[in-house]
Ligand binder design. Structure first.
Ligand code: ACO
Ligand code: ZN
Length: 217
């Protein structure tokens, strides 16, 4: 067997066997035992992490026909904090963030979008004083897709969105949009923040597409 032929065959099989799990959303190759094993590990951990049993004193800040948004504050009972930590861990894993320490953990506000008994969306917001506007797309061929060019002139801002995430199988249903609307409404008592007063920190390509669309409509 020539090396080249083998490569082509492998690539073909990979493409052919691609599966998306209907419960956890992971895309993997079902015909590859190693991939399958990885999926099983992820599957269990993920579904445990997003499982939401409901709390006696949950703070519901918005309600919709397909779910509700629950706000968790740093002084909340430990079971609520634990759930937020578990979800954040899954989100960080997916985003490739490592050990991001919040600047002011006692002022962090976490918004969870709950659909039935699952956390399908999460937004972590913290107070900020200034933000730097994103100026342009990264130049083609740049290795790091997060290297957007930023202005070096700080602009005043109020609320920093350090994480926004929606479960893969629930994307493009306006869950992120409703999370941001709710943050603008709830972050500061008695006022609705303008899009200029919120800032997305270190956005991913997905995050930037969403933020651009959100802020222009
Ligand atoms: N590509 C193009 N446009 C998009 C995308 C996308 N991937 N995602 C959202 N938009 C735009 C669309 O115009 C959309 O409206 P439409 O569906 O009517 O066309 C509009 O934004 C609103 O989108 P929502 O449905 O509210 O967004 P969704 O609930 O799918 O969540 C999110 C968007 C959070 C970015 C999701 O894709 C996700 O979790 N991605 C992986 C995690 C991630 O990268 N998060 C951002 C990290 S940056 C940070 O945390 C600061
Ligand atoms: Zn799965």
């Amino acid at each position: 067997k020539g090396g080249k032929d083998q490569l082509i065959i492998d690539a073909g099989q990979k493409h052919f066997g691609m599966t998306i799990c209907k419960s956890c959303g992971m895309i993997y190759t079902a015909s590859n035992p190693e991939d399958e094993m990885q999926h099983l590990q992820h599957h269990h951990r993920f579904l445990e992490g997003i499982k939401y049993v409901g709390w006696k004193r949950e703070r519901v800040v918005a309600q919709f026909w397909d779910g509700k948004i629950v706000l968790v504050l740093p002084q909340d009972p430990s079971y609520a904090i634990k759930k937020v930590e578990d979800v954040q861990e899954l989100v960080d894993l997916e985003l490739g963030f490592h050990q991001v320490v919040p600047t002011c953990p006692n002022k962090t506000k976490t918004f969870l979008f709950i659909d039935e008994k699952k956390v399908v969306g999460c937004l972590i917001a913290e107070p900020i004083k200034q933000a730097f506007r994103v100026l342009s797309e990264p130049s083609a061929g740049k290795e790091c897709s997060r290297a957007w060019q930023c202005s070096d002139v700080p602009e005043p801002a109020v609320c920093g969105i350090s994480r926004i995430w929606v479960f893969r199988l629930k994307r493009r249903k306006r869950i992120a949009r409703r999370l941001v609307d709710t943050v603008r409404n709830c972050f500061m008592f008695g006022c609705f923040l303008s899009t200029n007063e919120i800032a997305f920190s270190d956005p991913t390509p997905d995050g930037k597409l969403f933020a651009t669309k959100y802020c222009n409509t």
